[in-house]
Design a protein around this ligand. Structure first.
Ligand SMILES: [Ca+2]
Ligand SMILES: [Ca+2]
Length: 70
């Protein structure tokens, strides 16, 4: 995963946020990786959450996701 447009980032966020809570949890990332073969290979998901989660609640909000990717 690299740079995305805002619209792309929103679309990917919505796909990963399977329960529609508006936040991505580690478990949702793991599930996404399982059903999308290869896209998250080589990504340490826990490290990714730590890096993208700027307010430290261990969930990635859409704003955090966008500032990380878009
Ligand atoms: Ca969620
Ligand atoms: Ca957060």
């Amino acid at each position: 995963m690299g740079k995305m447009s805002e619209a792309e980032a929103e679309a990917v966020f919505a796909e990963i946020d399977a329960d529609g809570s508006g936040e991505i949890r580690l478990r949702e990332l793991r599930d996404y990786g399982k059903t999308h073969d290869g896209v998250l290979d080589g990504v340490k998901l826990a490290d990714f959450v730590r890096a993208a989660d700027t307010d430290g609640d261990r969930r990635i909000s859409l704003a955090e996701f966008k500032s990380f990717f878009a």
